[in-house]
Write a protein that binds this ligand. Structure first.
Ligand code: UDX
Length: 438
């Protein structure tokens, strides 16, 4: 099929490339000329493992092309996906849908024949109806069905998540659109990925409900971790113990410094706002958002406490800046609040991250960036593991002890068993690890 992807960011580019890899003819459109030129030259503007190879092979095979001309790309398309940004609106947390509406308008004016317009971006419940209204106003003659098809891609695992999804959610009751979407996803349904059809508003809510539930699950185990520190229990064992109950499941029960990224913070806030608008408040998610926001600075207090109550004039080495490993994305990363709080308390902060330092420079104050874990740890008074990159999973503590001013590790991702660190003469602080000899 002929597919046009409007928006070539984290979602649009990955989705477009994977559709091309299924054998569809895909045009990825973006307004930013520089981004399209870079893509045509094989330069991928985002860090996503495996994406560059997939772009190159499909571009060379002629199944994938890039353009800034939305009208030309829409004209003969069977399906047009809207995968533009829906950032939190400044100040009130509602999703900003201006890019979605602009895309819908342009699509309506350019489409010919029956066209399925799909909202792939995360959009609040009811946006599909809005998009239908915008399209009708822009071109009453357009023969268009508007479908919701939310993505469930995790950054750093996006290609795998696209190609091996737990399910594909498709929100439409239009018979013609159902047939088209079955054709679009036929390659996936062949490898048994279930197509889940429902009404459009139900599909839009599934996306928010899923992300909010995951954010709440993480926040739950983070609060259990705090209690573990008080009662002398081990949160990793509590997580394993409850996770063996198949109704709970073991995933997304890793205690840490709080969730970040471009989705959970934005989507939880948008769901809370939608619920308030419809006078059916999401109190559990309101509390989840508040707990998570407080947690990031609380982690800085954990570092300060581990340094004896003050970091004034001390050198603190931060391992990892991105909100999670295998991405260059710094959006809502816990490291931002942690570093700010440490600097507010007089610390001199040094940091290293395999991919995130470029983006971090615009977000952080006076941070000293190094080229690896060891260079930033020289003469440091504390080493703080914030993001669990593979590069930080087998540190040479003998080497670190020889160069650090004070052998102290604050492991905010519980990467290390306590004994593996203390036997090298380090003091170890994890998250929820007060108990046991883990
Ligand atoms: C998430 C959803 O997983 C994905 O389905 C949706 O489409 C987009 O949002 P993403 O934000 O890329 O994906 O990352 P994810 O792996 O879900 O992690 C989100 C945050 O939660 C990260 O900051 C991560 O460090 C944190 N996290 C995750 C935990 O603290 N503990 C966990 O057990 C899992």
């Amino acid at each position: 099929m002929r597919i046009t992807m409007v928006g070539s960011g984290y979602v649009g580019l990955v989705s477009g490339v994977c559709f091309a890899d299924f054998g569809h003819d895909v045009i990825c459109v973006d307004k930013v000329e520089a981004k399209i030129e870079a893509l045509k030259n094989g330069v991928i503007p985002i860090y996503e493992p495996g994406l560059d190879a997939l772009v190159e092979s499909n571009y060379k095979a002629g199944r994938l092309s890039f353009s800034t001309d939305l009208a030309a790309a829409v004209k003969d398309a069977d399906v047009v996906f809207i995968a533009v940004g829906t950032p939190s609106r400044r100040g009130d947390g509602h999703a900003d849908l201006s890019y979605v509406h602009a895309a819908a308008r342009e699509i309506a004016q350019a489409s010919t024949g029956f066209t399925v317009v799909v909202t792939k971006s995360t959009v609040p419940v009811g946006t599909g109806d809005e998009v239908e209204r915008v399209i009708r106003e822009a071109n009453p003659e357009a023969d268009i069905a508007v479908v919701s098809n939310p993505e469930f891609l995790r950054e750093g695992a996006a290609i795998d998540d696209f190609k091996r999804p737990d399910r594909i959610v498709i929100g439409t009751t239009d018979e013609r659109a159902i047939e088209v979407m079955k054709e679009v996803y036929r390659p996936l349904s062949l490898n048994a990925a279930p197509l889940f059809f429902c009404e459009r508003r139900t599909s839009e809510l599934i996306k928010y409900a899923g992300n909010a539930f995951l954010a709440m699950k993480i926040t739950f185990i983070n609060e259990i971790a705090d209690l573990c520190e008080r009662v002398g229990a081990d949160v990793q064992k509590v997580a394993k113990g409850i996770g063996m109950d198949k109704r709970i499941g073991e995933k997304f029960l890793h205690a840490g410094p709080g969730y970040g990224g471009s989705c959970f913070p934005k989507d939880t806030l948008a769901l809370v706002k939608t619920a308030q608008d419809f006078e059916s408040p999401m109190r559990l998610i309101e509390t989840t958002v508040a707990i998570n926001d407080n947690r990031k600075r609380a982690m800085a207090r954990k570092v300060i406490a581990a340094c004896g109550g003050s970091v004034r004039g001390k050198k603190i080495a931060i391992l990892g800046l991105t909100f999670k490993p295998n991405t260059d994305d710094m959006r809502e990363a816990p490291s931002i609040s942690i570093i700010q709080a440490l600097q507010d308390n007089g610390a001199e902060v040094h940091a290293y991250d395999p991919e995130g330092m470029e983006a971090a420079r615009d977000l952080l104050g006076p941070v000293n960036y190094g080229q690896d874990a060891y260079s930033i740890s020289e003469k440091a008074d504390a080493l703080v593991l914030v993001t669990e990159w593979d590069a930080f999973r087998a540190l040479d503590f003998r080497r670190l002890k020889a160069t650090m001013n004070n052998p102290l590790l604050v492991d905010l991702r519980n990467v290390y068993p306590k004994t593996e660190v203390t036997r090298h003469g380090f003091e170890y602080h994890g998250v929820g690890r007060a108990g046991g000899d883990a």
